[in-house]
Design a protein around this ligand. Sequence first.
Ligand code: HEM
Length: 190
Amino acid sequence: MANFWQKPLLFVLLLTPFLILLFEALSGYLIDPIEEITNPTGQWAFRFLLLSLLITPLNKILPFSLIRYRRMIGVFSFFYACLHLSIYLIDQSFEFQFIFEDVLKRPYVTIGFSGFILLFLLAITSTNKMVRRLGKRWKKLHRSIYLIAPLIVVHFYWQAKSSMDIEPMIYALITLLLLGFRINWKKWLN
Ligand code: HEM
């Protein structure tokens, strides 16, 4: 039981961006609340998604295992994605007819929405019970994380005001490195 504090500590760390945002919103610091909440929640969702992808490579390098933290990081990515989507829905005044048309019309919204649906499937199947119930199919389903990350790269890139925006490029590079690590290069090159 020596490490009983590690998961609660991680929980608090992952919740901190939300608490900061909440504090900023409640104390009236935000000049344009919709944009100033949409962008950081999208970024935190993506950062935690990438962090969950980093666990496997780290596991191969480090002398101890971090696998037990991966689920919490992934679920937090979904939590921030829900906040991100909620602000979008509020911004559109929950006008579902318009939202439906927007998802079909604006490619970056279509892509973001697809990423969200996949993330939702991963989150609802992340419990021990679902892992047991789905068996081998669980692993197959959870491999869609390798699709979600590039989808969000495209979402990030397409929503940027300028095609020369450096931030989406940095995220794209990190995604490429993390996905590249998963490829069995020996098998491909031989
Ligand atoms: C549910 C569907 C989604 C919708 C409707 C949506 C909508 C948006 C909107 C409106 C913006 C801001 C565009 C602007 O400033 O003009 C945005 C940016 C962004 N979204 Fe999403 N999004 C969705 C899903 C996601 C998901 C699942 C993620 C990550 C896992 C994500 C990550 C981001 C990122 C990283 C940005 C850029 C933030 C920045 O510029 O700092 N989005 N999204």
